[in-house]
Design a protein around this ligand. Sequence first.
Ligand code: ZN
Length: 201
Amino acid sequence: MYAPPRSSLLETLVDRLAGLPSIGRKSAQRLAYHILAAPLEEVEALSDSLLNARRSVRPCALCGNHAEEERCALCRNPRRDAAQVCVVERPSDVAAFERLGTYRGLYHVLGGTLSPLDGVGPAELNLASLFTREGVEEIILALGTHAEGEATSTYIVHRLQGRPLRITRLARGLPAGSDLEFVDELTMKRALDGRVDLGTK
Ligand SMILES: [Zn+2]
């Protein structure tokens, strides 16, 4: 049977692209053909931006969100309310809250949720620094509604017991078992506005 000659460089490119989340084999091929047909300067700019972002973006020293300096742009913004801290799993959750445009507090990005079966304990998450954050008056738990998210919220509430803090969680109404990044804005806004107290000072 006749097989068309294949470029191994093209195959490698398709493999790399297909390794990215949400990119299936077909999309990877389409992207690869697009890249090969694009002006060289455009591809160089894309490649530079990949490398620059990967090399220079690091976790914020205060909240764990993506930062280009020691602290992220949100933590450095004096107009944000440092007394209110919304605890999320990933930087993409921060972006989801910021798209709502109504939340004025800061964040704490855990980097995941507790998952003992996968070897993720408290030490593997950005948790210790949450318990030592100063000037916090309210902790808003905004973790996914999946079992690991619930377990992580329970752990945090337990660890913060006795602290002079208001602890709240997003209102029920988020689809069970869901990740925040897949929840629509209206549902998220309602969940934030209707958040429930878990314990008050
Ligand atoms: Zn930060």
